[in-house]
Ligand binder design. Structure first.
Ligand code: M6R
Length: 354
C-alpha cells in the first residue's frame, strides 16, 4: 500500500534513506559481502555497460566510478543501440547489464549478444529470478523491493550505489570505515531532502507553467541532468532535455527565452564555470533554477530559484543525493499539473518488446 503517501512514487522516494542503509549493511557487513569479495582485484580490459532509460543513466554514473576509481575502461550504451551496432567484444571483457525489472527486451538481447561472443555477463538487477538474473554469470541485486511507480526513483539510487560498491570491492577498500560512513551520510542527506520537500514544492510552483526545461550538468552531474529531464518529461508531460553544461552554447541556447527554464545541477567542483552559463541564460530572459552547494553567494544571487544542498563529505556519492532533489522537483511539478503520476500515459513499467 501507499501508506500515508499520496502516490507510490512519493513513497518510493521516501524509502531511499532506509534502503541505502540496508544495501550498505548487506554488501559490506552481511550476506552480500561474499559476492562483492569475489570482485577483489578483478580487472577487465573493458566493461560494456548496457541498459535503457533510467538504468542507462545509472550506467553513466557507474562508468565514472570504474574509470576514476579503478582506472578500468567502461563503455556505456543504450541497449537498443548496442545490439545493432556490431560492438567490438573481446575475450576477457565483461558485459554489465543494469535493469530494475530484469525483463527489458533490448537489454536481454544485448546480454544474448555478449554470450554469443563468449564474454562474461554480470547484472545489477532488482528482480531476483528475472530473465536477466537467470542468464547472468554474476548478479548484484539492488534490494530495492517492489517499485510500483512507472517513473523509476529508488531503483536508480540503488543501482548507482551497487555500482559504487562493486568499484570499491575491485579496489579492495570495502573495509575502509570511511566508506560505510560516506554511505550513511548519503542516507542522512537524502533523509533531510525528504524532510524539506516543501521547499522544492515552492520552486515547482514558480516554474510549472513554463513551456520547456533544459537540465544541465557537468562531469559527474551530467547523468543527473539526463535523469532529471527524463523524470520530468515522463510524469509532467513537458518537454525536458538533459545537456552537458558545456554544450549549452553549441545549440540549445537558441531555445532560451522567458518560457524556458534552465535547471543547472552544479557541484562545488566547477562552480565558477557555471556562473557564466547562468549569466548567458539570464541575458536571454531564461528562468534559472540552480541546484548547487549551500552558501554560494556568487551564484545564488543570479538564480531565480536556488536549491541549496550540502555536498560536504560526499565526493563520490553526491550525484545520487542531488538526483533526489530532482525527483522531488519532477514530482511536485507533475502534481501541480494534475497528471497521473504513478501511471503516466503511454508508458509501461517494463518494456518487454523491442
Ligand atoms: O526495468 P528496467 O530497469 O530495465 O527499465 C528500463 C527503463 O524502461 C526504465 O528505467 C524507464 O526509463 C523508466 N520509466 C524511467 O523512469
Amino acid at each position: 500500500t501507499k501508506g500515508p503517501y499520496e502516490h507510490y512514487m512519493l513513497k518510493e522516494i521516501h524509502e531511499q534513506p532506509a534502503l541505502v542503509d540496508k544495501l550498505a549493511a548487506f554488501y559490506i557487513k552481511n550476506e552480500g559481502r561474499k559476492e562483492l569479495d569475489s570482485l577483489k582485484g578483478f580487472k577487465a580490459p573493458a566493461w560494456h555497460l548496457t541498459a535503457c532509460g533510467t538504468a542507462w543513466h545509472a550506467g553513466l554514473v557507474i562508468k565514472n566510478y570504474f574509470e576514476q576509481i579503478n582506472r578500468q575502461r567502461a563503455d556505456v550504451d543504450i541497449a537498443s543501440e548496442f545490439r545493432y551496432r556490431e560492438p567490438i567484444l573481446n575475450k576477457g571483457e565483461v558485459g554489465l547489464f543494469i535493469s530494475q525489472s530484469g525483463e527489458t527486451a533490448d537489454t536481454l538481447a544485448c546480454q544474448e549478444l555478449c554470450k554469443e561472443k563468449g564474454i562474461e555477463t554480470f547484472s545489477i538487477v532488482n528482480t531476483e529470478g528475472s530473465t536477466l538474473f537467470r542468464n547472468s554469470d554474476k548478479n548484484f541485486l539492488i534490494h530495492a523491493g517492489v517499485e510500483i511507480g512507472v517513473a523509476s526513483t529508488k531503483a536508480f539510487t540503488l543501482q548507482a550505489l551497487t555500482g559504487y560498491l562493486m568499484s570499491r570491492a575491485m579496489e579492495g577498500t570495502l573495509d575502509d570505515p570511511k566508506l560505510f560512513s560516506e554511505i550513511q551520510l548519503l542516507s542522512n542527506r537524502i533523509g533531510e531532502l525528504c524532510a524539506q520537500s516543501d521547499s522544492l514544492k515552492e520552486v515547482a510552483e514558480k516554474i510549472y507553467t513554463k513551456k520547456g526545461f533544459i537540465f544541465t550538468g557537468r562531469g559527474k552531474y551530467f547523468p543527473i541532468a539526463l535523469e532529471g529531464a527524463l523524470k520530468l518529461k515522463e510524469i509532467a508531460y513537458v518537454h525536458a532535455e538533459g545537456y552537458a553544461a558545456g554544450e549549452l552554447k553549441h545549440g540549445p541556447i537558441a531555445l532560451i527565452d522567458e518560457n524556458i527554464v534552465n535547471i543547472a545541477v552544479v557541484g562545488p567542483e566547477l562552480l565558477e564555470k557555471t556562473v557564466s552559463n547562468v549569466e548567458e541564460v539570464k541575458a536571454r530572459r531564461g528562468i534559472m533554477v540552480v541546484v548547487g552547494p549551500k552558501n554560494s553567494p556568487e551564484i545564488e544571487h543570479l538564480a531565480d530559484a536556488y536549491i541549496p544542498l550540502d555536498f560536504n563529505g560526499l565526493p563520490n556519492l553526491s550525484p545520487l543525493y542531488v538526483n533526489v532533489a530532482l525527483q522531488f522537483l519532477a514530482y511536485h511539478i507533475a502534481k501541480l499539473k494534475g497528471t497521473d503520476i504513478d501511471k503516466p500515459r503511454n508508458l509501461a513499467k517494463s518494456v518487454t518488446v523491442e
